[in-house]
Design a protein around this ligand. Structure first.
Ligand code: ADP
Ligand code: MG
Length: 352
Protein backbone atom coordinates (compact mmCIF):
# COMPACT_ATOMS: atom_id res chain seq x y z
CA UNK A 1 0.00 0.00 0.00
CA UNK A 2 1.26 3.46 -0.86
CA UNK A 3 1.40 5.70 2.21
CA UNK A 4 2.88 8.84 0.69
CA UNK A 5 2.52 10.13 -2.84
CA UNK A 6 4.50 13.16 -3.94
CA UNK A 7 3.55 14.45 -7.34
CA UNK A 8 5.30 17.15 -9.39
CA UNK A 9 6.55 19.01 -6.34
CA UNK A 10 8.26 22.35 -6.91
CA UNK A 11 9.71 24.95 -4.55
CA UNK A 12 11.79 28.05 -5.17
CA UNK A 13 13.37 30.59 -2.86
CA UNK A 14 13.75 33.78 -4.87
CA UNK A 15 15.85 32.81 -7.88
CA UNK A 16 16.96 29.49 -6.35
CA UNK A 17 15.00 26.46 -7.48
CA UNK A 18 15.25 24.11 -4.49
CA UNK A 19 12.94 21.43 -5.92
CA UNK A 20 11.79 20.93 -9.48
CA UNK A 21 9.03 18.50 -10.50
CA UNK A 22 9.80 15.89 -7.85
CA UNK A 23 7.60 12.78 -7.80
CA UNK A 24 8.04 9.93 -5.35
CA UNK A 25 5.95 7.15 -3.86
CA UNK A 26 6.63 5.67 -0.45
CA UNK A 27 5.13 2.31 0.46
CA UNK A 28 3.76 1.78 3.97
CA UNK A 29 6.17 0.15 6.40
CA UNK A 30 9.18 0.61 4.10
CA UNK A 31 12.32 2.71 4.37
CA UNK A 32 13.19 5.22 1.66
CA UNK A 33 16.47 7.12 1.45
CA UNK A 34 16.79 10.33 -0.52
CA UNK A 35 20.45 10.87 -1.27
CA UNK A 36 22.05 13.90 -2.84
CA UNK A 37 24.93 16.32 -2.37
CA UNK A 38 24.65 19.33 -0.10
CA UNK A 39 22.25 21.91 -1.53
CA UNK A 40 20.37 19.40 -3.70
CA UNK A 41 17.06 20.08 -1.92
CA UNK A 42 16.85 17.26 0.64
CA UNK A 43 15.86 19.36 3.64
CA UNK A 44 13.40 21.35 1.51
CA UNK A 45 11.71 18.10 0.48
CA UNK A 46 11.35 17.00 4.10
CA UNK A 47 10.06 20.42 5.18
CA UNK A 48 7.37 20.32 2.51
CA UNK A 49 6.31 16.80 3.46
CA UNK A 50 6.27 17.73 7.16
CA UNK A 51 4.16 20.80 6.39
CA UNK A 52 6.58 23.45 7.64
CA UNK A 53 6.37 25.04 4.24
CA UNK A 54 3.98 24.99 1.29
CA UNK A 55 5.06 23.93 -2.19
CA UNK A 56 4.84 26.29 -5.19
CA UNK A 57 3.66 23.43 -7.37
CA UNK A 58 2.57 19.83 -7.09
CA UNK A 59 0.77 17.85 -4.45
CA UNK A 60 1.41 15.68 -1.41
CA UNK A 61 -0.98 12.94 -0.39
CA UNK A 62 -0.63 10.97 2.85
CA UNK A 63 -2.68 7.88 3.49
CA UNK A 64 -5.38 8.97 1.05
CA UNK A 65 -5.65 12.54 2.36
CA UNK A 66 -4.35 15.58 0.47
CA UNK A 67 -1.77 17.38 2.61
CA UNK A 68 -0.82 20.02 0.06
CA UNK A 69 -2.24 20.86 -3.34
CA UNK A 70 -2.29 24.45 -4.56
CA UNK A 71 -3.96 26.46 -1.80
CA UNK A 72 -4.97 23.34 0.18
CA UNK A 73 -2.57 22.92 3.10
CA UNK A 74 -2.84 20.72 6.20
CA UNK A 75 -0.77 22.29 8.99
CA UNK A 76 2.26 20.39 10.28
CA UNK A 77 0.79 19.43 13.66
CA UNK A 78 -2.17 17.73 11.99
CA UNK A 79 -0.20 15.58 9.57
CA UNK A 80 0.84 12.84 11.99
CA UNK A 81 4.41 13.03 10.75
CA UNK A 82 7.44 12.79 13.04
CA UNK A 83 10.66 14.55 12.18
CA UNK A 84 14.16 14.05 13.55
CA UNK A 85 16.41 16.97 12.71
CA UNK A 86 20.12 16.79 12.01
CA UNK A 87 21.12 18.08 15.43
CA UNK A 88 18.43 16.20 17.35
CA UNK A 89 16.95 19.53 18.53
CA UNK A 90 16.16 18.33 22.06
CA UNK A 91 14.78 20.79 24.62
CA UNK A 92 17.90 21.55 26.71
CA UNK A 93 16.01 22.51 29.88
CA UNK A 94 13.94 19.30 29.97
CA UNK A 95 15.04 15.91 31.25
CA UNK A 96 15.36 13.00 28.83
CA UNK A 97 12.06 11.63 30.17
CA UNK A 98 10.27 14.93 29.53
CA UNK A 99 11.81 15.20 26.08
CA UNK A 100 10.64 11.72 25.17
CA UNK A 101 7.22 12.31 26.68
CA UNK A 102 6.77 15.66 24.96
CA UNK A 103 4.08 14.44 22.59
CA UNK A 104 2.27 12.31 25.18
CA UNK A 105 -0.34 14.42 26.99
CA UNK A 106 0.17 14.84 30.74
CA UNK A 107 -2.45 12.89 32.65
CA UNK A 108 -2.28 9.97 30.22
CA UNK A 109 -2.58 7.05 32.73
CA UNK A 110 0.39 5.00 31.52
CA UNK A 111 2.56 7.95 30.49
CA UNK A 112 5.56 6.79 32.57
CA UNK A 113 5.29 3.28 31.17
CA UNK A 114 5.11 4.60 27.62
CA UNK A 115 8.21 6.73 28.17
CA UNK A 116 10.08 3.77 29.63
CA UNK A 117 8.98 1.64 26.66
CA UNK A 118 10.24 4.26 24.24
CA UNK A 119 13.67 4.54 25.85
CA UNK A 120 13.91 0.73 25.74
CA UNK A 121 12.95 0.81 22.10
CA UNK A 122 15.87 3.05 21.18
CA UNK A 123 18.14 0.84 23.27
CA UNK A 124 19.14 3.36 25.93
CA UNK A 125 19.49 2.64 29.62
CA UNK A 126 16.48 3.76 31.71
CA UNK A 127 18.95 5.34 34.15
CA UNK A 128 19.33 8.11 31.56
CA UNK A 129 15.73 9.27 31.91
CA UNK A 130 16.67 11.74 34.65
CA UNK A 131 19.55 13.28 32.72
CA UNK A 132 19.55 16.50 30.73
CA UNK A 133 20.50 16.47 27.00
CA UNK A 134 23.93 18.04 27.67
CA UNK A 135 24.80 14.99 29.80
CA UNK A 136 24.42 12.68 26.79
CA UNK A 137 26.73 11.88 23.89
CA UNK A 138 25.73 12.85 20.34
CA UNK A 139 24.54 9.34 19.56
CA UNK A 140 22.49 9.15 22.75
CA UNK A 141 20.86 12.51 21.96
CA UNK A 142 19.91 11.22 18.52
CA UNK A 143 18.28 8.19 20.10
CA UNK A 144 16.30 10.41 22.46
CA UNK A 145 15.18 12.54 19.50
CA UNK A 146 14.04 9.37 17.73
CA UNK A 147 12.19 8.17 20.85
CA UNK A 148 10.48 11.56 21.10
CA UNK A 149 9.36 11.35 17.47
CA UNK A 150 8.16 7.75 17.93
CA UNK A 151 6.22 8.74 21.07
CA UNK A 152 3.77 10.68 18.96
CA UNK A 153 2.97 7.47 17.03
CA UNK A 154 3.58 9.04 13.63
CA UNK A 155 2.37 7.43 10.41
CA UNK A 156 5.57 8.57 8.80
CA UNK A 157 8.91 9.57 10.25
CA UNK A 158 11.34 11.90 8.49
CA UNK A 159 15.02 11.73 9.33
CA UNK A 160 17.19 14.65 8.20
CA UNK A 161 20.81 13.45 8.12
CA UNK A 162 20.42 12.17 11.68
CA UNK A 163 23.78 10.40 11.78
CA UNK A 164 26.01 12.96 10.10
CA UNK A 165 27.38 14.41 13.34
CA UNK A 166 28.48 10.98 14.61
CA UNK A 167 31.82 9.17 14.23
CA UNK A 168 32.02 6.40 11.64
CA UNK A 169 31.68 3.41 13.98
CA UNK A 170 28.89 4.93 16.03
CA UNK A 171 27.16 6.00 12.86
CA UNK A 172 26.93 2.45 11.57
CA UNK A 173 25.60 1.21 14.90
CA UNK A 174 23.01 3.96 15.02
CA UNK A 175 21.94 3.30 11.44
CA UNK A 176 21.38 -0.36 12.22
CA UNK A 177 19.65 0.41 15.52
CA UNK A 178 17.30 2.91 13.89
CA UNK A 179 16.48 0.52 11.06
CA UNK A 180 15.71 -2.15 13.68
CA UNK A 181 13.47 0.17 15.71
CA UNK A 182 11.52 1.31 12.66
CA UNK A 183 11.12 -2.26 11.46
CA UNK A 184 9.87 -3.41 14.87
CA UNK A 185 7.41 -0.51 15.15
CA UNK A 186 6.31 -0.93 11.51
CA UNK A 187 6.88 2.78 10.87
CA UNK A 188 7.40 4.17 7.39
CA UNK A 189 10.49 6.32 7.13
CA UNK A 190 12.23 8.71 4.79
CA UNK A 191 15.90 9.33 5.52
CA UNK A 192 17.76 12.07 3.71
CA UNK A 193 21.53 11.94 3.56
CA UNK A 194 24.51 12.99 1.47
CA UNK A 195 26.20 9.67 2.30
CA UNK A 196 25.59 7.08 -0.40
CA UNK A 197 26.72 4.11 1.71
CA UNK A 198 24.24 5.12 4.38
CA UNK A 199 21.45 5.41 1.82
CA UNK A 200 22.23 2.10 0.13
CA UNK A 201 22.44 0.14 3.38
CA UNK A 202 19.50 1.75 5.21
CA UNK A 203 16.75 1.77 2.64
CA UNK A 204 14.50 -0.50 0.60
CA UNK A 205 14.12 2.31 -1.91
CA UNK A 206 16.72 4.92 -2.80
CA UNK A 207 16.03 8.16 -4.67
CA UNK A 208 18.90 10.23 -6.03
CA UNK A 209 18.35 13.99 -5.84
CA UNK A 210 20.54 16.35 -7.85
CA UNK A 211 20.01 20.06 -8.28
CA UNK A 212 16.43 19.77 -7.03
CA UNK A 213 15.48 16.98 -9.43
CA UNK A 214 15.06 13.29 -8.73
CA UNK A 215 17.32 11.62 -11.25
CA UNK A 216 16.66 7.99 -10.41
CA UNK A 217 14.63 5.95 -7.94
CA UNK A 218 14.86 2.24 -7.27
CA UNK A 219 16.11 -0.61 -5.12
CA UNK A 220 19.63 0.05 -3.72
CA UNK A 221 21.18 -2.78 -5.74
CA UNK A 222 19.54 -1.64 -8.96
CA UNK A 223 20.76 1.91 -8.54
CA UNK A 224 24.27 0.84 -7.67
CA UNK A 225 24.63 -1.61 -10.56
CA UNK A 226 22.46 0.16 -13.12
CA UNK A 227 22.81 3.89 -12.56
CA UNK A 228 21.16 6.04 -15.20
CA UNK A 229 24.12 8.17 -16.04
CA UNK A 230 27.77 8.85 -15.32
CA UNK A 231 27.13 11.35 -12.55
CA UNK A 232 24.84 8.98 -10.67
CA UNK A 233 27.31 6.12 -11.18
CA UNK A 234 30.13 8.13 -9.62
CA UNK A 235 27.95 9.56 -6.85
CA UNK A 236 26.91 6.11 -5.67
CA UNK A 237 30.40 4.62 -5.48
CA UNK A 238 33.73 4.00 -7.19
CA UNK A 239 33.31 3.18 -10.85
CA UNK A 240 35.48 2.38 -13.83
CA UNK A 241 34.04 4.06 -16.92
CA UNK A 242 35.25 3.05 -20.36
CA UNK A 243 34.34 3.88 -23.94
CA UNK A 244 33.30 0.73 -25.79
CA UNK A 245 31.74 -0.62 -28.93
CA UNK A 246 28.65 -2.72 -28.29
CA UNK A 247 27.68 -5.66 -30.45
CA UNK A 248 25.42 -8.63 -29.72
CA UNK A 249 25.58 -8.71 -25.94
CA UNK A 250 29.23 -7.74 -25.67
CA UNK A 251 31.18 -4.53 -25.46
CA UNK A 252 34.67 -4.31 -26.92
CA UNK A 253 36.76 -2.07 -24.72
CA UNK A 254 40.32 -1.67 -23.46
CA UNK A 255 39.79 -4.70 -21.21
CA UNK A 256 38.73 -6.94 -24.09
CA UNK A 257 35.21 -8.20 -24.82
CA UNK A 258 33.01 -7.66 -21.76
CA UNK A 259 29.45 -9.03 -21.51
CA UNK A 260 26.64 -6.45 -21.31
CA UNK A 261 22.96 -6.89 -20.59
CA UNK A 262 21.69 -4.06 -22.76
CA UNK A 263 20.63 -4.67 -26.33
CA UNK A 264 22.72 -1.88 -27.68
CA UNK A 265 24.90 -1.64 -30.76
CA UNK A 266 27.65 0.83 -31.59
CA UNK A 267 29.49 3.38 -29.47
CA UNK A 268 28.59 3.29 -25.78
CA UNK A 269 30.08 4.08 -22.40
CA UNK A 270 30.24 1.17 -19.98
CA UNK A 271 30.57 1.09 -16.21
CA UNK A 272 32.14 -1.53 -13.98
CA UNK A 273 32.20 -1.49 -10.20
CA UNK A 274 35.73 -2.14 -8.85
CA UNK A 275 34.65 -5.31 -7.04
CA UNK A 276 33.79 -6.80 -10.44
CA UNK A 277 37.39 -6.48 -11.54
CA UNK A 278 40.08 -8.99 -10.64
CA UNK A 279 43.70 -8.10 -11.19
CA UNK A 280 45.47 -11.18 -12.51
CA UNK A 281 49.25 -11.39 -13.04
CA UNK A 282 49.78 -11.94 -16.77
CA UNK A 283 53.12 -11.62 -18.47
CA UNK A 284 51.92 -12.99 -21.81
CA UNK A 285 48.35 -11.83 -22.28
CA UNK A 286 48.42 -8.76 -20.03
CA UNK A 287 46.37 -5.71 -20.94
CA UNK A 288 48.02 -3.25 -18.61
CA UNK A 289 50.79 -2.41 -16.20
CA UNK A 290 50.61 -1.47 -12.52
CA UNK A 291 51.77 2.14 -12.22
CA UNK A 292 50.78 2.91 -8.64
CA UNK A 293 49.80 1.10 -5.45
CA UNK A 294 48.31 2.89 -2.49
CA UNK A 295 47.97 0.92 0.72
CA UNK A 296 44.83 1.84 2.67
CA UNK A 297 44.41 -0.84 5.33
CA UNK A 298 41.81 -3.45 4.35
CA UNK A 299 41.81 -2.29 0.75
CA UNK A 300 44.49 -0.91 -1.46
CA UNK A 301 44.11 1.09 -4.63
CA UNK A 302 45.97 -0.34 -7.59
CA UNK A 303 46.33 1.93 -10.60
CA UNK A 304 46.72 0.18 -13.93
CA UNK A 305 47.77 1.88 -17.16
CA UNK A 306 45.97 0.17 -20.03
CA UNK A 307 48.20 -0.74 -22.94
CA UNK A 308 47.56 0.41 -26.46
CA UNK A 309 45.10 3.14 -25.48
CA UNK A 310 45.22 6.80 -24.65
CA UNK A 311 42.73 6.29 -21.80
CA UNK A 312 43.68 7.53 -18.36
CA UNK A 313 44.91 4.75 -16.00
CA UNK A 314 42.13 2.99 -14.08
CA UNK A 315 42.19 2.91 -10.29
CA UNK A 316 40.86 -0.29 -8.75
CA UNK A 317 40.31 -0.82 -5.06
CA UNK A 318 41.18 -4.37 -4.18
CA UNK A 319 41.88 -6.49 -1.12
CA UNK A 320 45.26 -5.59 0.33
CA UNK A 321 46.05 -9.24 1.12
CA UNK A 322 48.03 -10.01 -2.02
CA UNK A 323 48.34 -6.95 -4.21
CA UNK A 324 50.45 -7.05 -7.36
CA UNK A 325 53.80 -5.27 -7.37
CA UNK A 326 54.58 -1.96 -8.97
CA UNK A 327 55.49 -2.46 -12.63
CA UNK A 328 53.79 -5.88 -12.90
CA UNK A 329 52.07 -6.71 -16.13
CA UNK A 330 48.45 -7.66 -15.42
CA UNK A 331 45.19 -8.65 -16.99
CA UNK A 332 41.87 -7.34 -15.66
CA UNK A 333 39.26 -10.08 -15.49
CA UNK A 334 35.60 -9.15 -15.15
CA UNK A 335 32.96 -10.80 -13.00
CA UNK A 336 29.41 -10.41 -14.29
CA UNK A 337 28.30 -7.94 -16.89
CA UNK A 338 29.19 -4.32 -17.49
CA UNK A 339 26.44 -1.73 -17.30
CA UNK A 340 25.81 0.47 -20.33
CA UNK A 341 25.26 4.09 -19.33
CA UNK A 342 22.74 6.31 -21.07
CA UNK A 343 24.64 8.65 -23.32
CA UNK A 344 22.09 11.38 -22.75
CA UNK A 345 20.83 10.20 -19.38
CA UNK A 346 20.68 13.64 -17.85
CA UNK A 347 18.12 14.78 -20.41
CA UNK A 348 15.75 11.88 -20.07
CA UNK A 349 12.85 11.86 -17.68
CA UNK A 350 13.47 9.78 -14.55
CA UNK A 351 12.20 6.21 -14.54
CA UNK A 352 8.81 5.77 -12.85
N1 ADP B 1 14.83 29.37 3.50
C1 ADP B 1 15.58 29.45 2.40
N2 ADP B 1 15.81 30.62 1.79
C2 ADP B 1 16.55 30.71 0.67
N3 ADP B 1 17.15 29.65 0.08
C3 ADP B 1 16.98 28.45 0.64
C4 ADP B 1 16.20 28.27 1.83
N4 ADP B 1 16.21 26.95 2.16
C5 ADP B 1 16.96 26.36 1.22
N5 ADP B 1 17.42 27.23 0.31
C6 ADP B 1 18.24 26.91 -0.89
O1 ADP B 1 17.63 25.82 -1.56
C7 ADP B 1 18.60 24.88 -2.01
C8 ADP B 1 18.32 23.52 -1.38
O2 ADP B 1 18.56 23.59 0.03
P1 ADP B 1 18.35 22.37 1.01
O3 ADP B 1 17.00 21.81 0.78
O4 ADP B 1 18.66 22.85 2.38
O5 ADP B 1 19.44 21.35 0.49
P2 ADP B 1 20.12 20.09 1.24
O6 ADP B 1 19.32 19.78 2.44
O7 ADP B 1 20.13 19.02 0.20
O8 ADP B 1 21.53 20.52 1.56
C9 ADP B 1 19.94 25.45 -1.66
O9 ADP B 1 20.43 26.14 -2.78
C10 ADP B 1 19.62 26.40 -0.52
O10 ADP B 1 20.56 27.44 -0.46
MG1 MG C 1 19.87 19.62 4.50
Amino acid sequence: MTLLTIDGLGKSYGHTTALDDVSLRVEAGRRTAVVGPSGSGKTTLLRLVAGFEAPDAGRIELDGTIMADGPAHVPAHRRGIGIVAQDGALFPHLSVAENIGFGIPRGTPDRETQIAGLIDMVELDRAMLERRPHQLSGGQQQRVALARALGRKPRLILLDEPFSALDTGLRENMRKAVARVLQAAGITAILVTHDQTEALSFADQVAVLRGGRLVQTGAPRTLYLQPRDRETALFLGDAVLLPAHARDGHADCALGAVPIRAERQGRVEIMLRPEQIRIVPADEDGTGRVVDIEFGGAVCTVTVALEGTSLPPVAIRTSSLAPPALGDRVRLDIDGAAHVLDADGADRPPAP
